[in-house]
Write a protein that binds this ligand. Structure first.
Ligand code: ADP
Ligand code: MG
Length: 253
């Protein structure tokens, strides 16, 4: 495995909340992961036994063609689904040992999600969408305002904070989704094909913006893509084929 953790940054804000952070900075530790979907009487093997380790501060992509297992793996790491076999430790916690309530807490407080369809709440403004998770977390009003204002600025949307999703372009909506995902200062942001609905230029701009958040704030990203231009922007490329990891390459940035 790589030693990319060495470039991880000080994220003291996370430590006090987590309490369980792995001292080695390992955020995801998956061993022997298999996922078999049941479709009627047919077994569909989506992941065929893979090991994956993601460290604090990484900017990693799951690359692979459609059907290779990217979404399945992100869903497992995101505690949205359970593996059929294997062990998965996320943010220092063995997911198989957590109750439904604890899994929900993990998703709310420790993980950020960006999906390919933007999943913004249509009746809320950009500002309100970004603020949403902080409201759920019970963060105080002045602190919410400080963080959301600063984040919308960081993703290049400060002038558009009062627009609703329907009044924003696809790329702008996805920037709101990224702002929302990192507002809660999660240990890990999972993004499933975040550029899937964007044109090529907007896609690479979005990834560059995510990379800046990674470098300047130490936000750890694991995203998926089948677009080589997007894949080329990642610091680490984990390539999936037919439910297996066939390559894991660290790049010089
Ligand atoms: P990717 O995101 O790389 O396109 P997926 O993880 O969505 O790949 O899918 C991996 C494999 O699992 C594919 O063969 C897909 O058809 C199958 N699959 C995904 N989700 C389900 C499901 N809910 N039920 C049955 N098969 C599924
Ligand atoms: Mg997918």
């Amino acid at each position: 495995m790589s030693d990319s953790a060495n470039k991880s940054k000080d994220t003291e804000g996370n430590n006090e909340r987590a309490g369980t952070r792995d001292p080695d900075g390992i955020i995801v530790d998956g061993v022997g992961i298999k996922k078999i979907y049941q479709q009627g009487t047919v077994d569909v093997p989506a992941l065929r036994g893979l090991d994956i380790e993601i460290r604090e501060g990484e900017f990693a992509v799951l690359a692979g063609s459609s059907g290779s297992g990217k979404t399945t793996l992100l869903n497992l790491i995101g505690a949205l689904d359970q593996p059929t076999e294997g062990s998965l430790v996320v943010d220092g916690k063995d997911l198989s040992r957590l109750s439904g309530k604890e899994l929900a807490e993990m998703r709310l407080r420790r993980l950020g999600f960006v999906f390919q369809a933007y999943n913004l709440v249509p009746v809320l403004t950009a500002y309100e969408n970004a603020e949403y998770v902080l409201l759920l977390q019970g963060v105080a009003a002045d602190e919410r305002k400080r963080r959301v204002t600063e984040l919308l600025d960081a993703v290049g949307l400060s002038g558009l904070s009062h627009r609703r999703p329907s009044e924003l372009s696809g790329g702008q909506q996805q920037r709101v989704a990224v702002a929302r995902a990192i507002a809660a200062e999660p240990a890990l942001v999972l993004a499933d094909e975040p550029t899937a609905n964007l044109d090529s230029r907007t896609a690479t701009d979005l990834i560059a913006m995510m990379h800046l958040l990674n470098q300047e704030r130490g936000v750890t990203f694991l995203f998926s893509s089948h677009d080589q231009k997007v894949i080329d922007k990642a610091a680490r490329v984990i390539r999936l084929e037919d439910g297996r990891i066939v390559d894991d390459e660290q790049r010089d940035q």
